[in-house]
Design a protein around this ligand. Structure first.
Ligand SMILES: Cc1cc2nc3c(=O)[nH]c(=O)nc-3n(C[C@H](O)[C@H](O)[C@H](O)COP(=O)(O)O)c2cc1C
Length: 272
């Protein structure tokens, strides 16, 4: 078993503390909102924030929760081992409401709430968009508790029916992956959700407008693929979508103009 003899030790704030520190260095006014335990480490974190003039009124003390703490043992500038104390359990309803209340007191009126709790240990960002359960009820409750705030829900919505269902409880929704996978879902949102007339527009019209944008990117020295990769879902659900997507993601075409690539892509669609 390795045994180390301790020469010195120090305490520093973690990732969020670093952000706060950098913002202070840029001259910003910074307020920190988050949960700490009712332990000595929580008190130490408060003192460290106060030393860099960060407003700590948003720190919520949860007495039966440990303050997240990571102890690194470093020998000859190499980290040998790290010991973590933390709880990954979601905050209870009262603490969650206290956190939102403090952010609102600081002047924030719009909250976009991801209905999944990220699991910060062991899950990739991709898995974190899939595996933790969706807790829509938590978001609905926030709206009931804070009727004056604008509460927007994010997470797992894939259809206009889903959106309509959420809008019965909330002020808005945000779609992540579905807007990417099936952007055409958005085509009639003006009519469905804003009571505005839909400008008749085809996918080809959209692609055509994007070509102008891509050409502008190319003229500024950027490859068209940086724009095109956000467009790849445009034809999903139509015959030929896969071939069309293959052309737009073909890096060997990078020296061709966007319009020439579009012509190729449509030739492939016609083959289907
Ligand atoms: C391509 C892509 C990029 C994303 N980038 C970010 C990001 O930079 N920061 C962030 O907080 N979330 C990011 N997200 C997460 C989304 O904002 C959203 O929270 C997540 O996809 C869950 O919503 P959904 O179930 O509708 O996809 C990204 C998602 C996708 C699909």
């Amino acid at each position: 078993m390795p045994v180390v003899s301790v020469n010195s030790h120090s305490f520093t704030l973690g990732g969020a503390g670093n952000v706060a520190n950098n913002l202070r260095a840029l001259g910003a006014t910074v307020a920190f909102v988050g949960a700490v335990g009712g332990d000595a480490e929580g008190q130490r974190a408060r003192t460290l924030f106060e030393e860099i003039a960060v407003d700590t009124r948003g720190m919520i003390v949860v007495s039966d929760r440990p303050t997240t703490r990571k102890t690194r043992i470093v020998a000859h500038s190499q980290q040998v081992v790290r010991a973590d104390w933390e709880s990954t359990a979601p905050l209870g309803a009262a603490d969650r409401a206290a956190a939102v209340g403090r952010v609102a007191d600081a002047g924030c009126g719009v909250f976009i709430v991801h209905a999944r709790n990220a699991w910060l240990q062991g899950l990739s960002p991709k898995d974190n968009r899939e595996l933790p359960p969706l807790r829509y009820e938590v978001v609905h409750r926030l709206k009931r508790d804070f009727a004056d705030l604008t509460i927007v829900l994010n997470g797992g919505l894939t259809s206009n029916a889903d959106i309509q269902g959420q809008l019965e409880h909330l002020d808005g929704v945000m779609l992540g992956r579905e807007a990417y996978r099936h952007p055409w879902l958005m085509a009639d949102w003006d009519r469905c959700f804003f009571d505005e007339p839909v400008v008749p527009r085809s996918r080809e019209d959209v692609e055509d407008q994007m070509l102008v944008y891509m050409q502008r990117a190319v003229d500024a020295g950027e490859p068209w693929s940086h724009v095109a990769r956000h467009l790849l879902g445009l034809r999903n659900g139509l015959p030929g979508a896969r071939r069309w997507r293959q052309v737009w993601s073909d890096t060997s075409l990078k020296s061709e103009s966007p319009r020439a690539v579009a012509r190729r892509a449509h030739e492939m669609v016609r083959l289907d």
